[in-house]
Design a protein. Structure first.
Length: 80
């Protein structure tokens, strides 16, 4: 399992920073640091997600990668 730390810019509608971690403790520390660094910024969303690969992350959290993936929603929600 890998851990992905995303910084999503709500105004721009895109991921502005993506870090990958193999160690969950290091990922957790980085998440806390990013949350503190961006505290009070309503235009940024900090997300820590676990997945087996970046490809899986882009599929399960497609709303963060809409422009890049060519879709704005998860393919699992198509037709819902």
């Amino acid at each position: 399992m890998k851990h992905f730390l995303l910084t999503f810019n709500l105004v721009e509608g895109r991921v502005t920073e993506l870090k990958t971690f193999a160690d969950s403790a290091a990922a957790g520390r980085a998440y806390v640091h990013a949350e503190r660094k961006n505290a009070g910024d309503p235009d940024r969303e900090i997300v820590l997600v676990g997945a087996d690969s970046l490809a899986t992350l882009k599929m399960t959290h497609a709303h963060y990668f809409g422009d890049e993936a060519g879709e704005s929603t998860s393919p699992y929600l198509a037709g819902v």
